[in-house]
Design a protein around this ligand. Structure first.
Ligand SMILES: Cc1ncc(COP(=O)(O)O)c(C=O)c1O
Length: 374
């Protein structure tokens, strides 16, 4: 039996270890722990790589969403449209900012927000849209932008899984009013703990976010706190680690795309449905989900027995989570989202996985496929 873990962070992070140990010592020597030199270096690299004017480093992707949405000053009855087949943070950020999340269904092919469903949910209360480029796959931003411009809807792009993905040759994060990144350890640009960033071309949004994330104060020197804020800053040690790791981000995404080509041809060969990447876009391939049309959980268990660790993104859609029971969504209210939640299975997928392991994954999927007549 070959052991195939879902991810191998030790392998991925190994090449930054030596430099990081030097950076830790540098931070200790200089006692520079908050918003120090490494925060500044990382901010500059992010702006360059994402081709964007402003970057604000915060404690996590969830904080980035909460802080970014705070800049829109939502009022009671305001609605923010989003999808339910993602990590729960986007919906939390809406609720925690006093607006109501409105969930729309997804598209069968690319598993991203269905743009026709989005159009149908727009009403006079719709103030914003969170577009999550899930798994790294960009949505059709031309269509989305046109609709949002017509209805004066703000766009927040969630790039937690889509670092440096492109749509129409432009890096995602540049299509909306503001975008967020997560540096959760397993993300394509993963830290050694939590981390996140807000990126935007709007200096107004940037200033509002910065104020809110810094205790509502403009700087350490300013003793007057202008608004009620929070403390959300990226730890200097995480910034140090990321400032090195980010240098290889384009290379890592290119490698992930090469890996995806291999996975795609296996999927075609054994007739397993994968994501059809949106036209004119380049995915950052954070995850590689396939659809197992019957007995998904059983297949996951069988693969585990054979040493292959798979995960599910996401098993329980947000609209059916207890935390959102007051929104009164019933089962089958988002049929494609719910169907995919029952069928999706993320395969082990990371740079450095051997050809042998990939072959082993698909040979097993094929034999299970045949025996279960999936
Ligand atoms: C799509 C998406 N949005 C937001 C988040 C939240 O990021 P974090 O875990 O850094 O708070 C995550 C990650 O976990 C995510 O995958």
């Amino acid at each position: 039996m070959i052991k195939v873990p879902f991810n191998e962070l030790k392998l991925i992070n190994k090449k930054y270890k030596k430099k990081f140990l030097y950076q830790v010592s540098d931070c200790i020597e200089k006692s520079n722990f908050i918003k120090g030199k490494y925060n500044r270096i990382l901010d500059e690299i992010i702006k360059k790589k994402f081709q964007i004017k402003h970057s604000l480093l915060v404690k996590s992707g969830t904080d980035a969403l909460i802080v970014a949405l705070r800049s829109f000053n939502f009022k009671k009855n305001d609605e923010v449209i989003t999808t339910a087949n993602t990590w729960i943070s986007s919906a939390y950020a809406i609720s925690l900012n006093g607006a109501t999340p409105v969930f729309v269904d997804i598209n069968q092919n690319n598993f991203q927000m269905d743009i026709d469903c989005f159009k149908k949910k727009i009403n006079k209360n719709t103030k914003a849209l969170i577009v999550t480029h899930l798994y790294g796959c960009p949505n059709d931003m031309n269509k989305i932008k046109k609709i949002c411009a017509k209805h004066k809807i703000k766009i927040i792009e969630d790039l937690a899984q889509a670092h440096l993905a492109k749509y129409n040759n432009k890096i995602v994060g540049n299509f909306g009013d503001v975008a967020i990144l997560s540096f959760y350890p397993s993300k394509n640009l993963g830290a050694l703990g939590d981390g996140g960033a807000i990126i935007t071309n709007s200096s107004v949004i940037y200033k509002k976010c910065k104020l809110f994330a810094n205790y509502g104060s403009n700087s350490f020197q300013d003793v007057d706190h202008k608004i009620i804020g929070i403390n959300s800053r990226l730890d200097e040690l995480q910034a140090a680690f990321l400032s090195e790791k980010i240098k290889n981000l384009e290379y890592e995404i290119k490698k992930r795309n090469q890996l995806a080509k291999i996975y795609n041809s296996y999927c075609k060969k054994i007739k397993i449905q994968n994501i059809k990447i949106t036209k004119n876009s380049i995915s950052s391939y954070h995850l590689y989900p396939v659809l197992i049309k019957r007995k998904r959980n059983f297949v996951k268990k069988l693969l585990k027995k054979r040493g292959i660790e798979c995960k599910i993104h996401y098993e329980k859609p947000i609209h059916l989570q207890t935390a959102f029971k007051d929104l009164n969504y019933k089962k089958n209210s988002l049929p494609i989202t719910e169907k995919i939640a029952n069928q999706t299975l993320s395969l082990p997928f990371y740079n450095g996985i051997s050809k042998n392991k990939i072959k082993y994954i698909f040979n097993n999927l094929e034999s299970i496929n045949k025996s279960l007549k999936l």
